[in-house]
Design a protein around this ligand. Structure first.
Ligand SMILES: Cc1ncc(COP(=O)(O)O)c(C=O)c1O
Length: 335
């Protein structure tokens, strides 16, 4: 790799994050504790909800939610095939069936007409992706779902800070999951967060995130009674205070990060306009604020006279890090 290699992504970590992590390290308590609670409260406040649940990945947030919604054998979940495979994996792990919907060729957002085509009595949830940071058309999905008992879960792994029709994504549906992977617009190293408007589901997901015993080590060992119960076998998905230490400051800086990304995007748009070989993907035609998690281009392979993979390799050999977002899940070997 050349010294001058431009990475696909690099987290922006400042003194505030570093000092907060050091504070966590020197406090004597580094796993789930007060800093995780602080981050959860900051999210709850931002989204005007009672509660949010910070966990160790976006995938874990979806797993806890899907389990809490009792998604299981015989159930179907509609999701775009252009997504990260972990989201489909969870549906498989729960014994349910992922149903892959096509995306709009231009915007790469799951088509409402596909939801209409695929929906049936077995559909338990739909999991649209706010692709690259552009909000999916939640109202269009809602009007198709109508009175059916189907949960809309927004996959906002790309879209923390994005808006849909005037308010932040997550305010328009039943539940939302975020990812704080280091390539995302804000990071906790690895991490994720769940918000669900149903308090019963939130409580269940919280308990499941702590092996099913309902209390974190912080609560058991210091705050509340040391007793615990096992109500249902859960998972070990809790976020660490060391991770939340990053998130507390990343969230404070998020809107500023998005403003800076927007300036860079304008530069890309100008520089790439009129280049036939590389075309930015299209914009949706309803009002959104884009968070620009990634800047996605389509390649005109006829003009380029080479394959996509050859083009990617060439960019990399010239010191430019790129990724493929995504390989269509239904085309992968397992399926
Ligand atoms: C669209 C989408 N959904 C979900 C995830 C999963 O997030 P995590 O890596 O935090 O589990 C990702 C991760 O890249 C993603 O891109």
């Amino acid at each position: 790799m050349k010294d001058s290699f431009i990475p696909f992504s690099r987290p922006t970590i400042g003194e505030e994050e570093i000092n907060e992590v050091v504070d966590s390290l020197s406090s004597g308590w580094i796993t789930t504790g007060p800093k995780v609670s602080q981050l959860e409260k900051m999210f709850a406040q931002r989204f005007s909800v009672k509660d949010s649940l910070a966990v160790n990945s976006g995938t874990a947030a979806w797993h806890l939610l899907a389990h809490s919604l009792n998604i299981g054998p015989g159930d179907e979940v509609i999701l775009p095939s252009i997504t990260w495979p972990s989201m489909a994996n969870i549906i498989e792990h729960l014994g349910a069936t992922p149903i892959f919907a096509d995306v709009d060729k231009d915007t790469v957002i799951m088509k409402p007409s596909e939801v209409e085509r695929l929906i049936n009595d077995n559909t338990k949830a739909i999991l649209p992706v706010h692709y690259a940071g552009a909000a999916a058309d939640i109202d269009a999905y809602k009007s198709i779902i109508g009175d059916h008992p189907i949960t809309i879960v927004e996959d906002a792994a790309h879209a923390i800070g994005s808006h849909y029709k005037g308010s932040e994504v997550g305010c328009h549906s039943d539940a939302i999951v975020f990812s704080f992977h280091p390539t995302k617009s804000m990071t906790t190293g690895e991490g994720g967060l769940l918000i669900c408007k149903d308090p019963y589901i939130m409580n269940k997901a919280r308990s499941l995130s702590l092996n099913g015993v309902g209390k974190s080590a912080w609560e058991r060992l210091s705050q509340s009674s040391a007793n615990y119960e096992l109500t249902e076998p859960g998972y070990k998905y809790n976020m660490l205070d060391m991770q939340a230490a990053l998130g507390i400051h990343q969230l404070k800086k998020l809107d500023n990060f998005i403003t800076l990304r927007t300036v860079l995007v304008e530069r890309y748009q100008n520089l790439l306009s009129g280049i036939g070989t590389v075309q930015p993907i299209g914009f949706v035609d309803y009002p959104i604020k884009h968070s620009w998690h990634i800047y996605v281009v389509k390649l005109n392979l006829n003009l380029l006279k080479m394959s996509r993979n050859a083009y990617v390799d060439k960019l990399k050999s010239q010191g430019i890090g790129v990724g493929i977002h995504f390989e269509a899940v239904h085309m992968l070997e397992y399926l």
